[in-house]
Design a protein around this ligand. Structure first.
Ligand code: LLP
Length: 387
């Protein structure tokens, strides 16, 4: 564990969190490089010599130091915008190891990705295939593509992060994919490379992944019969982590069951959360304690805009005191932020002993916390600042 107590003080690897807040202030995100490296290695080593590429999903956390840590390990990246590709390149990653996902790729982003020579564009609709072909033609560069299919399997996760059902906006139906592949095969400006799916996030059972894989393999055979050759299978990300007491997937067992079905085919995975989720914590300071006849509120300096998951998904994150020796009032506290929204909470009903000025650590905050999808086109206009 990269976050543990020594003499009742929470440490991040060998550094006291109290020292970090003293140096950098709060609220503060802290990441463990070691944890990120170990999480990546679990995926990479599970494949042994089987051809594979781990494409870390940048949307999970696009912090440049995080990307650089992964680039140094030889990781590939799953990007969804020009801005994300620019961050990968700035952090030392290679475009040739990037797959480009996302339902709304702009012509500008497609052009940039083709010029930088990305590994593959994962196509999400017929209209997008048209756009990619048009940009490829005008750039004089043939575009490497996969079709992202929607296998219509239930990932058994929160409905907001389930992506592989017909009612979700992602991918194209398996039956419709064949015609798109045929179109791509017939175009001088498109090169068919892979077959792709991503069924959702925070998935805690292997069976939905294998159900999706079975459907993809049937499609692969149909494509082969039509003379359409697929050289890699991209199974997306989605592997869940432990926030409370969920069971989690053993990565080696998952990869073994995939490899038992796919022959020699190269496999791409796009894990995000499973690489950075438990490698980050969010530290926040108790500004005030406030109790009424029914509720106890710890008002902290970190808010929903710093860490959205609790208010958006009602997500549970463990809250730990940074200094276990601090003593104050024992109660069931709601940990709430300064924003004028009742939904501005980080945790509810946590039995903690708190005093004003204490620091609290919200655990497993490394994924989908601070950094989200990076657009290239966000400009800071004088007088309008993000804070
Ligand atoms: N590939 C694609 C195409 C994706 O859309 C995603 C995540 C991933 C890979 C990485 O999935 P992961 O391995 O991290 O599960 N904000 C939500 C999660 C949204 C996930 C979006 N797509 C949350 O906080 O739970």
């Amino acid at each position: 564990m990269s976050f543990s107590y020594q003499n009742q003080i929470l440490f991040a690897e060998s550094v006291a969190v109290t020292d970090l807040v003293a140096a950098y202030g709060s609220p503060l995100y802290i990441y463990s490089r070691l944890e990120i490296e170990q999480n990546y290695q679990k995926f990479d080593s599970a494949f042994g010599k089987h051809p594979h590429l781990i494409c870390y999903a940048v949307k999970a956390n696009s912090n440049l130091a995080v990307l650089n840590t992964l680039a140094n390990l030889g990781s590939g990246f799953d990007i969804v915008s020009e801005g994300e590709l620019q961050r990968v390149l700035a952090a030392g990653g290679k475009a040739e190891n990037c797959v480009f996902s996302g339902v709304a790729k702009t012509a500008q982003a497609i052009k940039f990705a083709l010029e930088k020579n990305v590994r593959c564009l994962n196509v999400e609709s017929a209209a997008e295939l048209d756009r990619i072909e048009a940009v490829a033609r005008s750039s004089g560069i043939s575009a490497p593509i996969s079709i992202r299919v929607n296998p219509n399997v239930d990932a058994k996760t929160h409905p907001y992060i389930s992506t592989g059902l017909q009612e979700n906006k992602f991918g194209v139906e398996i039956e419709a994919a064949i015609a798109l592949y045929q179109r791509a095969q017939d175009s001088k400006f498109l090169q068919v490379q892979g077959l792709d799916c991503h069924i959702g996030s925070q998935i805690t059972e292997v069976s939905p992944f294998l159900d999706a894989l079975d459907k993809l393999l049937i499609l692969l055979e149909k494509l082969k019969a039509k003379g359409i050759q697929i050289t890699h299978l991209d199974l997306g990300g989605g592997i869940g982590i432990q926030y409370e007491n969920e069971q989690t997937i053993e990565i080696k067992a998952y990869v073994d069951s995939v490899l038992s079905k796919v022959g020699e085919l190269e496999i791409i995975l796009e894990p995000g959360r499973a690489i950075v989720g438990n490698a980050g914590i969010f530290v926040t300071k108790v500004e005030f304690l406030k109790q009424n006849s029914k509720h106890s509120f710890a008002i902290v300096d970190g808010a929903m805009n710093d860490f959205l998951r609790p208010s958006f998904y009602n997500a549970y994150h463990q809250i730990l005191p940074v200094n276990q020796a601090s003593s104050g009032i024992q109660a069931n506290w709601d940990i709430v932020g300064p924003v004028c929204e009742t939904s501005d909470f980080l945790a509810k009903n946590r039995n903690l002993n708190l005093a004003q000025g204490d620091f609290l650590a919200l655990m497993a905050a490394g994924a989908y916390g601070k950094s989200h999808r990076m657009h290239q086109n966000i400009k800071i206009i004088p007088m309008f600042f993000e804070c």
